[in-house]
Structure formats: C-alpha cells, structure tokens
Design a protein around this ligand. Structure first.
Ligand code: SAM
Length: 197
C-alpha cells in the first residue's frame, strides 16, 4: 500500500478520517498545559484537522507550525482558526520540511508512515529540533491484528530507533489516553542529543 499525498487527501475528501478524535486528545492537552513558555517554536507534523493546534491557540501559544501532505485537512484547520492566527500551515511532506523547533508534538503521525520511513522519522525529527529540543507525544503499542495503518511497534523497537538520536526521557504506557485508545498508547518524551547524526 502506498501511503502518499493522494491516499491521505482521499481519506479526508471521502470523510473516512477514522482516526480523527474531533478534539485535542487528553494526553496532549495535559502535556501542553504543563508548558510554561508560550513563545516556544512548536511543530505539529501530520496534524490532520489540527485539533491540538487549535488548543495551542486557545492557550496563547504564538509560534506554531503545522505540516501535512493533505491540503483538505489544512483547509479545514484554517477555517477553524481566526484569520489573524499567525500560525504557519504548510502543505508539505514532513521529510522535505526544514526548520528548527523547540518542541515537536507527535500523535498518530508515526503510525501513518510506511514502514520504510521508520528510521528516517527519528533522523529527521532530530534535524528539526533545536539543541536540547524535545519530541513528545503518543506512539501506538498494541497487537497488530490487521495490516496498518495504523502501524505499531514494540517499546523495544521504538527505543532502538530513538536512542541513536535522542536521550529517552520517557517512554511509558499512557494512563490518560482517550477511551478508544486506552491501553494502546505509550507516552514519549525524547530529548535531542547534540551529537546524533
Ligand atoms: C492518521 S492521520 C493523523 C492526523 C492527526 N495527527 C490526528 O491525530 O488526528 C496521519 C496524518 O499524517 C499526514 N501525513 C502522512 N504522511 C505525511 C508526510 N509524509 N508528511 C506530512 N504529513 C503526512 C496525513 O495527511 C494525515 O493527516
């Protein structure tokens, strides 16, 4: 299965975005609520309808970038944000995106990528972070009964790939998942290693 721009665009156009929660997820809201500096540069890759971007806006965060290959999702998000939002909504492939961020928020993006992108996901995240920047969010961990997406990994696989570029601050079962994802998610906090290649 090729999970390219056409695939994702059609999922939004056909109204089959089954992953969409319709609101910012509880674990990410809780994480955001604990951030003190509202001016940090934040990236939301593969943000879909961008409910977390809307939440960040409502909480006064000023420097947010959203990247998604599906223009339909970005159009929807733009219609929900005030016209003077000042956020960057980029119709772009994550792997072509350049920039430097203090924080990148992950949610159902990694699990949407073809398996061949697994290693390069962590490598590109490392490139996009400032010194000591952090990648935080949710990763799926469940028994894969049918072919993805969503694709899952074991905690050991996540650790093996991440530790080449990051110091693992946290990779633990999420205890405040949305009900539909309870027991299927890990919460992740990775800090950039200055010398990861
Ligand atoms: C499963 S959806 C999750 C959307 C959102 N994170 C959420 O939680 O509702 C995956 C999203 O990643 C986007 N996507 C997939 N591959 C991408 C890529 N290479 N670069 C940027 N966005 C991508 C898709 O268009 C889609 O919006």
């Amino acid at each position: 299965m090729i999970l390219d721009e056409t695939y994702w665009q059609e999922r939004y156009e056909n109204d089959t975005a089954a992953w969409d929660l319709g609101h910012a997820s509880r674990p990410l809201k809780t994480f955001i609520d604990n951030l003190e500096d509202k001016g940090i540069a934040i990236l939301l890759p593969g943000a879909g309808y961008g409910h977390e971007a809307l939440y960040l806006y409502s909480q006064g965060f000023t420097n947010v970038t959203v990247v998604d290959v599906a223009s339909a999702s970005l159009k929807h998000l733009a219609s929900k944000l005030p016209t003077d939002h000042g956020y960057s909504l980029l119709h772009q492939d994550f792997f072509a995106h350049t920039g430097l961020y203090d924080l990148i928020l992950e949610q159902t993006f990694y699990c949407a990528l073809e398996l061949r992108f697994r290693e390069s996901y962590f490598k590109h995240m490392h490139r996009l972070l400032n010194k000591h920047g952090m990648l935080a969010g949710l990763l799926f961990h469940f028994e894969q009964k049918k072919p993805g997406p969503p694709f899952t990994c074991t905690p050991e696989e996540y650790k093996r790939m991440a530790q080449r570029y990051f110091t693992i601050r946290l990779l633990e079962p999420c205890t405040i998942s949305e009900p539909s994802r309870a027991g299927k998610e890990l919460f992740l906090q990775l800090q950039k290693q200055a010398d990861g290649d």
